[in-house]
Design a protein around this ligand. Structure first.
Ligand SMILES: Cc1ncc(COP(=O)(O)O)c(C=O)c1O
Length: 477
């Protein structure tokens, strides 16, 4: 493709993106293709001769697009959002145009220094202690793994990296029963062993019960284990429950245990002064992660990982072959040593675009709007005696279910009915919601956070849910 061709095509492509967003409500939110539909629609091998871009794009529109679930649809309410915004899209475009691989400062000083800058901007705007430094990771899963590996190395005096697990202590890790599966994964990869991950029970609000945590830690110590790490949740995946972070911090301190806080979705709320009381607990942690790629209008992937003990982090991950040594190593951050991968994307650019374009006021306005929509929806659900809310609404996710105003269904029937309601909504393409199990109850999760969602999307979807429930109950549809 020549530069002239590129300029022409990209203009069209940007227009296509504009039109896509203009018409996005006309797309079914969830793709309803069947397994293998897409694979079977594509050739069996790489084309022998290059294909004209117009033809490739035609195939994208006719073959690929129907297999896309539209995460940026304003009625995408499933899982947690992976929202984005035009400044983010433009930043990502430039990132790919520059094609920077920012493994060390020298390979693009601006990539490293902008990353350092946006992390500090966020730390300060979120009211977190200046003891934190930080880095961008791809995902919260990676950040949690990095945290547990760092904890493991610090606790073993950096021996496991050197000698493996021979003679190592028997480590245990603690999180609530509602914590995200990325913790299980990290514990597996870090060699701790799933058997040594203690899932602490939760209270009625789905928050970890700290008394049980402490008792479990004491029992483990008596049995010869070395409690390594507590992972506290700031917004669990199921219901966005908040663990008692300050109490976890005090327990971690008392028993000399590493504390990591997973605020993948809800962390962004700390940009709002009314949520900054939560920083009291986070400030007691060793590490904290949250995802701008969930609820800060920055396209996937972009995860902010805050860490206090930079030395421990570097001692865990640093390997410096001679070909990566530079004259600046003592003065600069080389982010390849701050995590798992060597090569690094220039993620800071899109995040910087977003933070600068919206400004703190603009970001706060958008976050508050989502919280207000959630509040409106909560009122609508609470008023309807056919439904019940199953968990406290802490941020922008509501877990609820149909129960029928006469309450005549048993638990098994309710689980079946609610699954049917959810499947029926999702198959319709009108909106996309997901589910979770809370105390064995099938809950429909309505998670608000797509950048362009408006109040009408919430009310129309709520009406759609009620109508679908009626159809399921009265027509067995
Ligand atoms: C609480 C929590 N932690 C971690 C994750 C994993 O996030 P990521 O996809 O960035 O690894 C999620 C994903 O939804 C989550 O809800």
């Amino acid at each position: 493709m020549t530069i002239e061709e590129f300029k022409k095509i990209s203009e069209k492509l940007i227009n296509w993106i504009g039109n896509y967003y203009e018409n996005i409500r006309s797309f079914p939110v969830k793709s309803n293709v069947k397994p293998k539909d897409i694979i079977n629609s594509l050739p069996d091998s790489i084309p022998q001769k290059g294909v004209q871009f117009e033809k490739i794009f035609y195939d994208f529109e006719t073959k690929i697009l129907k297999g896309i679930t539209h995460w940026q649809h304003p009625r995408f309410f499933a899982y947690f959002p992976a929202n984005t915004s035009f400044p983010s899209i433009l930043g990502e475009l430039l990132t790919s145009a520059l094609g920077v691989q920012g493994m060390i400062w020298l390979t693009s000083p601006a990539a490293t220094e902008l990353e350092e800058k946006v992390v500090y901007w966020l730390r300060d705007a979120m009211g977190l202690t200046k003891e934190f430094t930080g880095v961008l990771q791809d995902t919260a899963s990676t950040a949690t793994l990095v945290s547990i590996l760092t904890a493991r190395e610090k606790a073993s005096n950096y021996c496991i990296n050197e000698e493996g697990f021979y003679n190592s202590q028997k480590f245990t890790v603690y999180c609530s029963k509602e914590a995200h599966s990325s913790i299980d994964k990290a514990v597996k990869i870090a060699g701790i062993g799933l058997k040594n991950l203690r899932k602490i029970p939760v209270d009625n609000s789905f928050s970890m019960i700290p008394e049980v945590l402490e008792q479990t830690i004491q029992e483990d110590i008596e049995r010869g284990f070395r409690p390594l790490c507590i992972v506290g949740a700031l917004g669990t995946t199921g219901s966005t429950a908040i663990d008692p972070l300050e109490t976890l911090g005090n327990i971690a301190k008392k028993y000399d245990i590493w504390l990591h806080i997973d605020g993948a979705m809800a962390g962004s709320a700390l940009l709002l002064p009314e949520f900054q009381y939560l920083s009291k607990g986070i400030d007691l942690a060793d590490t904290f992660v949250f995802n701008p790629h969930k609820w800060l209008f920055t396209n996937f992937d972009c995860s902010v990982y805050f860490v206090k003990d930079k030395t421990a982090l570097l001692k865990t991950f640093q390997i410096t072959p001679s070909y990566l040594q530079t004259d600046f190593d003592k003065e600069v951050n080389n982010y390849r040593d701050w995590g798992i991968q060597l090569g690094r994307r220039f993620r800071a650019l899109k995040l910087w675009f977003v933070l600068s374009y919206f400004g703190l006021e603009g970001l706060r306005e958008k976050l508050r709007q989502h919280l207000q929509f959630t509040n409106e929806l909560k009122k609508m659900i609470s008023k309807d005696t056919n439904f019940e809310i199953l968990a406290p609404v802490n941020f922008t996710t509501i877990c609820f279910r149909y129960v029928g105003k006469d309450r005549t269904f048993d638990e098994e029937e309710l689980n079946r009915i609610n699954k049917k309601i959810l499947d029926s909504i999702n198959e319709s393409g009108f909106a996309f919601l997901s589910h979770t199990l809370l105390n064995g109850k099938f809950a429909i999760r309505f998670s608000i956070g797509q950048t362009n969602t408006e109040l009408k999307d919430i009310t129309e979807t709520w009406n759609f849910i009620k109508n679908t429930a009626n159809k399921v109950i009265y027509n067995g549809a």
